[in-house]
Design a protein around this ligand. Structure first.
Ligand code: 3H9
Length: 705
């Protein structure tokens, strides 16, 4: 039989008696319909060709196989199903070996564990991350993995979605052998030939004995069920994973496979799957911006940071963690000592927890230089200022940077709301000035708003995106306006929450509704965590320009006037007795709310959780639509990613704009129009929302451009 041509996504080639099956479907060898057909055909050839004594499956390029083709989900399934392909591999009468490099994830690992023997190179990553997409392993993974590694380890792998390194995979029994070199093909062929020489026949995972200790298996299932009941109460697929593993104990293998398929289809149809897959693609698409496509990034080998406060130190740590040398400048010796101490504190914490050695810390700190002289920035490639939020202070810093930095250095500001165009215009090189809005704590939070002023050159924007990649941040391109994407939208739905509070919902009921929606915290808890004084300062700053006709709820000001700024003062919207991190409700706060209602002449009315979330989300989506229409966000997906990574929006809902599509834009618009009857100034429908409803379109239609 002839070898298959090179352009096919699955190629077969005979090497002695071993049929080499190469999956070649860039970029990640996803198991689309053509690959599934190719694998089935290859197994057909293996079965019928007398010259074939064993089969070796490998992946071309960077990976073995990264899983099912996620883009196919939601479309009608095309035969053959992966679960049937895996069954066919397992049923082969000739031994089948999988040689793994790069990623063997999801369906990719399911193919590997349907094979009879597995070898992996040292840096291979194995996993069943379907749960992160709202799914479960649907090609036999929930049945074969527990038989190979036991219920507890299989549940851990499937419920966390984590990547398992080759060494651990060997220890667990997920693979049989660790390759001695990186040459997957040679190692795989040698293994297959060795098996043939030893007359080793097929060895099927369905017959493996990992579930033999039924009592231990049941205990692992019960523990997983209890844990998921607490940790994943809003989620669908983790519970189905536990059900599927239980079926591995209770049902014959083939019946359990059918049950797995039923559960997989339930997950596939769930809106959570759509939300999580939207999040998966959006967090990749978000870095596709015109400037990064049009220009090469500038050289970026060193970073300067102005300011050693919480933000500056967090940014410094983030850059140090990425392996960059960091120079920090502060105004005097005491301040730079404090800045250095803020940086060191982070690493000391890691050392204390045993997550870093003292030597490793010393090595990292050796890349940190502190100075009180701006001249220390003379050679750095990029400076990020993180000084006090005052435009005159920032302009003074930029004047210094303009004086000392080399030509071509990127000059970035970490402002969260100031006019970056004005900062850029204040120096002689506006083309080099950009906004890099980190979120606190900057070394932990993934979101980075890259704020693009009018005069910045494209290669500076490309450099900012390259920096984000180095720092392992999720970058979102934002235009200049007060609050950029995230804080601008936040300001609006926070007001909606305040209005509801004054109209009758308690802050605790609002927080509970928001938590039940899937957020880790409600808005009043967040305010207590961040410090009420921050919002208070912003409100004071904006008071001169506030529309006197606009509704203004004063409860937060009454609370701040008492010095109740949240966790740091042990009291805010909640009380935090003895420095507790979880607050308890405060009757005095409720009394303040009551007094403010009376002052404003409001008779409180009841709000259900649904009422609360409809207003909260309508406000968020409406402002999101304005932000997109104005070009502050490039696409609705940029708003989604901002909220997923910076504001705790529940990932399974995909982000506010995706959520709005799920609910239906006409419904959201109807709500806004109904709310506008009470407060037409606040609830002005976004023209883009109106337009999309008139055209029968959704936000997703704007993500495609
Ligand atoms: C599953 O397997 C279900 C089964 O149980 C079956 C049951 C029946 N499909 O991330 P990158 C694209 S569920 C389609 O930037 P990296 C990605 O969008 C699946 N496309 O690279 C990007 O496209 P673009 C379980 C995919 O090197 C490009 O490939 N598997 C898929 O940083 C490069 O990706 C997973 O969940 C896919 N499966 O990371 C694994 N994967 O260039 C998901 C990637 O247009 N994938 N793309 O933006 C990953 O975790 C990472 O992509 C990986 C590589 C670690 C593999």
């Amino acid at each position: 039989m002839a070898n298959t041509p090179d352009e096919q996504v699955v190629r077969t080639q005979l090497h002695g008696k071993v049929l080499l099956v190469t999956v070649d479907n860039p970029p990640v060898n996803a198991l689309g319909a053509a690959v599934r057909r190719g694998l089935a055909d290859a197994m057909e050839r293996a079965e019928t060709d007398a010259a074939v004594a064993a089969v070796l499956i490998v992946g071309a390029g960077k990976s073995f196989i990264a899983g099912a083709d996620i883009r196919e989900f939601g479309l009608p399934p095309q035969p053959p199903l992966l679960t049937d392909v895996c069954k066919r591999i397992e049923a082969s009468k000739k031994p089948v070996v999988a040689a793994i490099h790069g990623a063997a994830l999801g369906g990719g690992l399911e193919v590997a564990i349907a094979a009879h023997y597995r070898i992996a190179v040292a840096n291979a990553k194995l996993g069943l991350p379907e749960v992160l997409l709202g799914l479960l392993p649907g090609a036999g993974g929930t049945q074969r993995a527990p038989r190979l590694v036991g219920a507890a380890a299989a549940l851990d792998i499937m419920l966390s979605g984590r990547h398992v390194g080759a060494a651990e995979a060997l220890k667990l029994g997920l693979i049989d052998r660790l390759a001695q070199s990186d040459d997957t093909l040679a190692e795989g062929l040698a293994y297959a030939q060795e098996l043939l020489a030893a007359n080793a026949g097929p060895r099927r995972s369905r017959d493996a004995t990992g579930l033999a200790d039924v009592e231990a298996s049941r205990a692992a299932i019960a523990a997983a069920r209890a844990e998921q009941g607490k940790k994943a109460k809003n989620l669908f697929s983790p519970h189905r994973i536990v059900d599927a593993v239980e079926a591995a104990l209770d049902k014959p293998f083939d019946e359990a496979l059918k049950f797995e398929r039923t559960l997989f289809m339930q997950c596939l149809e769930s809106p959570q799957r759509a939300g999580l897959i939207h999040a998966f693609f959006s967090e990749r698409d978000v870095a596709k911006v015109p400037e990064a496509a049009a220009a090469e990034p500038r050289v970026l080998k060193s970073i300067g940071v102005v300011g050693g406060g919480t933000m500056g130190a967090g940014i410094a740590v983030s850059a140090l963690d990425a392996g960059l040398p960091v120079t920090m400048v502060e105004r005097d010796e005491a301040s730079i000592a404090r800045g250095r101490a803020n940086v060191e504190k982070v690493y000391d914490g890691l050392v204390a927890k045993g997550r870093m050695t003292a030597e490793a810390k010393a090595k990292v700190m050796a890349r940190f230089t502190g100075s009180t002289d701006y001249a220390a920035f003379a050679e750095v490639d990029m400076v990020i200022e993180a000084v006090f939020e005052d435009i005159e202070v920032k302009k003074a810093v930029f004047k210094e940077l303009d004086r000392v930095c080399k030509a071509g250095a990127v000059l970035a500001t970490n402002t969260s709301y100031l006019d970056i165009d004005a900062i850029a215009a204040s120096i002689a090189r506006p083309q080099d000035v950009i906004g890099l809005h980190f979120f606190s704590p900057a070394n932990i939070m993934k979101l980075l708003e890259i704020v693009v002023p009018a005069k910045v050159s494209a290669d500076v924007v490309a450099t900012a995106f390259a920096l984000a990649k180095k720092l392992k941040k999720v970058p979102v391109r934002a235009g200049v306006c007060d609050g950029f994407i995230g804080n601008r939208i936040l300001a609006v739905y926070r007001q909606a929450a305040d209005h509801m509070m004054e109209d009758g919902a308690s802050p605790y009921a609002i927080d509970a509704a928001v938590r039940n929606f899937g957020y880790p915290m409600g808005p009043f808890q967040v305010s207590d965590l961040a410090g009420g004084d921050i919002g208070w300062a912003t409100r004071k700053r904006k008071s001169a320009t506030r529309d006197p006709q606009a509704r203004y709820v004063q409860v937060a000001d009454r609370i701040c006037e008492r010095g109740w700024f949240g966790q740091k003062t042990s009291r805010g919207w909640y009380q935090y007795p003895q420095g507790a991190r979880t607050g308890v409700e405060d009757p005095e706060v409720l009394a303040i709310v009551d007094a403010e209602r009376q002052r404003a002449g409001i008779t409180p009315r009841a709000f259900t959780e649904e009422d609360i979330m409809r207003r909260y989300m309508a406000a968020m989506v409406n402002e999101g639509a304005k932000v997109v229409a104005e070009g502050i966000a490039l696409r609705p997906l940029d708003v989604d990613v901002t909220f997923l990574y910076g504001y705790g929006f529940p990932r399974f809902r995909g982000g506010p704009m995706h959520y709005a599509d799920t609910v239906g834009l006409p419904k959201i618009l109807d709500d806004i129009r109904a709310f506008a009857k009470e407060d037409p100034l606040f609830w002005q429908p976004a023209p883009l929302l109106v337009q999309l409803v008139e055209e029968g379109k959704n936000f997703a239609s704007l993500n495609k451009s």
